[in-house]
Design a binder for this molecule. Structure first.
Ligand SMILES: [Zn+2]
Length: 116
């Protein structure tokens, strides 16, 4: 399986494993910098990492779990009140989401069909 073909372009693949009924992907952002959500300035000055566990659509009936190494960057804009920010992944994954947007869209479509 070519995992790169299955993943949104916002991510770079670190690893993939298949165990039982689960496929796990280790991912990270594919840009060398982050953009501050307040002042929109780019920064490559790394503060730290944290891991987000995110769901995605199943593959061949297997549950998909994404482990995303998410970077925090310093914002160096003096007028910006945000000194540290987490990298964003565009519309693929909002900061509060626990599953990729495409997974949520599919669940919503199933729910709407069940109402009919
Ligand atoms: Zn900023």
């Amino acid at each position: 399986m070519n995992a790169c073909l299955l993943l949104p372009e916002a991510f770079a693949l670190s690893y993939s494993t298949v165990s039982g009924n689960t496929v796990e992907f280790g991912l990270m952002g594919n840009t060398p910098f982050g953009t501050c959500p307040l002042c929109q300035k780019a920064s490559s000055k790394l503060h730290s990492y944290y891991q987000r566990k995110v769901g995605d659509l199943p593959i061949s009936g297997k549950t998909v779990k994404l482990y995303i190494s998410t970077r925090k960057f310093f914002c160096h804009e003096d007028s910006c009140p945000r000194k540290v920010f987490s990298e964003r992944f565009g519309s693929w994954l909002r900061p509060w989401q626990r599953r990729l947007e495409r997974s949520g869209e599919q669940i919503q479509a199933i729910g709407l069909q069940l109402r009919e």
